[in-house]
Design a protein around this ligand. Structure first.
Ligand code: FES
Length: 317
């Protein structure tokens, strides 16, 4: 389902980062959402991008998103930064792949840069409900820290710690002290650039069980996405039709060219929309949606980015 929204306000939040308040174009209320949710924003020329909702969860009169203008983006962040107040956009209804775990005794939120966006919604929710939490926020400087002013307000006093311009060795040392012990039933939520998330995840691994660590990625590993690999064959189980996927096309693209539309949204291996069963063959997973265990089981894959290690792969379509 999609919604028509109007850009009601645009604010410079930090260097190259703007926030956008979106209200219903028809003046209706918007669907409620839970902390950690995101929406797909449909931009011109078929571009769709996912952005975390960073307003107070439960608010239904407006959605707040924030977007960093990326010099190497494929057009999404540039299109967002070109928006003007009053522009009308189509967005999807909120979805949540990154929810808070209600039973947690403590929530540790760790943000790197623009990764603050889903964690801000979580911090607001946890603060409003009186739950135990703290937010560790790593950025290059105050000028690079979106929502710094908001998170410096008295309501967040003692719960938010800002870290600026720490060199990698000091970040590592701080994370080792932060994560050396997992308080009973605590959960860790992490969002930021992939190398930062890899570092936090690796530091937490000895003491934080995988089920207590929750990750929200912006995109799959750029290195794995740019690795082209070999051509391979896909087979549609229901019809027996088979097609060759060349090195420069995704499975989803080849299926679409041959009349089979698989639903897609982010096209970056992040959102889970194109998840499809695998009946035979070995996937070459390049997404960040499936867990390592799910990837090892090899019975599902993301058709927008993942490929095949075997010469042929049979899809449950
Ligand atoms: Fe989002 Fe494939 S479309 S993971």
């Amino acid at each position: 389902m999609t919604l028509a929204v109007r850009v009601a306000n645009i604010r410079d939040e930090a260097l190259d980062i703007k926030s956008f308040e979106l209200v219903s174009a028809q003046g209706n209320t918007l669907p409620a959402y839970s902390a950690g949710s995101h929406v797909a924003v449909h931009l011109n020329q078929g571009l769709t991008r996912q952005y975390s909702l960073c307003g107070a969860p439960g608010a239904s009169d407006r959605y707040l998103i924030a977007v960093k203008r990326e010099p190497n983006s494929r057009g999404g962040s540039a299109a967002m930064h070109a928006l003007k107040v009053g522009d009308i956009l189509t967005i999807g209804t909120p979805r949540n792949n990154f929810p808070l775990h209600a039973a947690a005794s403590h929530h540790l939120l760790v943000a790197g840069g623009i990764g603050i966006t889903p964690l801000l919604g979580m911090a607001r929710e946890l603060n409003a409900t009186g739950a135990s939490f703290d937010l560790q926020y790593f950025t290059r400087s105050i000028e690079h820290a979106p929502f710094h002013e908001l998170l410096s307000q008295s309501q967040f006093r003692g719960k938010v710690k800002f870290h600026y311009a720490l060199d990698p060795e000091r970040v590592r040392a701080y994370l080792r002290r932060l994560l050396w012990h997992r308080p009973d039933q605590a959960h860790l939520y992490l969002c930021g650039p992939k190398p930062f998330m890899d570092l936090v995840e690796a530091t937490a691994a000895p003491t934080w069980q995988p089920e207590a660590v929750h990750l929200e990625y912006f995109s799959a590993d750029p290195a794995s996405l740019s690795e082209q690999g070999e051509a391979f064959e896909i087979v549609i189980a229901s019809t027996g039709a088979h097609y060759v996927v060349p090195p420069d096309k995704s499975i989803a693209q080849v299926l679409a060219e041959n009349g089979t539309q698989v639903p897609t949204s982010c096209e970056q291996g992040v959102c889970g929309t194109c998840l499809t069963g695998v009946l035979d063959g070995e996937p070459d997973h390049r997404d960040v949606f499936l867990t390592d265990a799910e990837k090892r089981s090899g019975d599902r894959m993301m058709l927008c980015v993942s490929r095949a290690r075997s010469p042929r792969i049979t899809l449950d379509l």
